[in-house]
Design a binder for this molecule. Structure first.
Ligand code: C5P
Length: 236
């Protein structure tokens, strides 16, 4: 895998034409695109198809969280888009994650789309100790992240989304094969925006991340292609 292959560019927009244009411009310089709830709710599967026409692999970031039967159905529906990565909330519990894992396994078994990588979201990084305590999940975010990462692994997930600060603890708990996908990445030369606890692309890779989710440092750059290339060069 090249450094560029490890970059998923977050296209956080409702504008499908703009997202498709950016994806086309970045093809070859990044490993894939991440489309989430904002884009999907506005543009649906047809909008996703406009972006993946660039040929870039898709991280469909819809973070499903519901009863197991519903989540399995949502995962099966998403397979039509041939995502490389899909995700669910680990706090949906072991039965829900297992149902999602069984649904992605069907994709491989049917010989159609390749089996996507199934990730679990542990604790949203927007939640601090007080927020965790308020919803009855203890008050130690890192302990909760590790607990949910272990549970995700036992329940058939291939990896987790985690913050740069949690890479080492999750790597320790879940071993080398477990995929760690990390947002909150800022090269030294990029604005931090609303991200507070950031790390550079190189630091995240050195700490053990498999894939980096990077949005504004690329999408808001004067020259997004040049920004993506600089980031890949720094990672090498
Ligand atoms: O523009 P920026 O690089 O901050 O975008 C990061 C992407 O990763 C966004 O799509 C954001 O929603 C997502 N994300 C995040 N922090 C998390 C989880 C996801 O920034 N903890």
């Amino acid at each position: 895998m090249t450094p560029a292959d490890r970059i998923f560019v977050a296209l956080d927009t409702t504008d499908a034409a703009e997202a498709a244009r950016l994806a086309g411009a970045l093809a070859g310089a990044v490993g894939g695109v991440k489309l989430g709830k904002e884009f999907f709710t506005a543009n649906g599967p047809i909008g996703v198809g406009r972006v993946t026409a660039s040929g870039l692999p898709l991280f469909l970031d819809l973070k499903f969280h519901d009863i197991p039967n519903t989540v399995a159905g949502a995962i099966r529906s998403s397979l039509a888009l041939k995502p490389m990565i899909v995700n669910v909330h680990a706090s949906g519990g072991p039965a829900m994650m297992r149902a999602a894992a069984d649904a992605v396994a069907e994709a491989g078994a049917e010989g159609g789309a390749d089996r996507p990588i199934l990730l679990a979201v542990t604790v949203l990084t927007s939640m601090g100790p007080d927020d965790l305590a308020a919803v009855g999940m203890g008050d130690d975010p890192e302990a909760q992240v590790v607990r949910l990462a272990r549970l995700a692994q036992q329940s058939g997930c291939d990896g987790v989304v985690c913050s740069p600060r949690e890479i080492a603890a999750v790597r320790d708990a879940c071993g080398t094969g477990f995929k760690l996908v990390v947002p909150g990445i800022r090269p030294e030369w990029a604005a931090k925006g609303d991200q507070k606890r950031v790390t550079t692309p190189k630091q995240a890779i050195d700490a053990g991340a498999d894939y980096l989710v990077i949005g504004r440092p690329i999408t808001q750059a004067d020259d997004p292609l040049d920004a993506a290339r600089r980031i890949a060069a720094e990672m090498a």
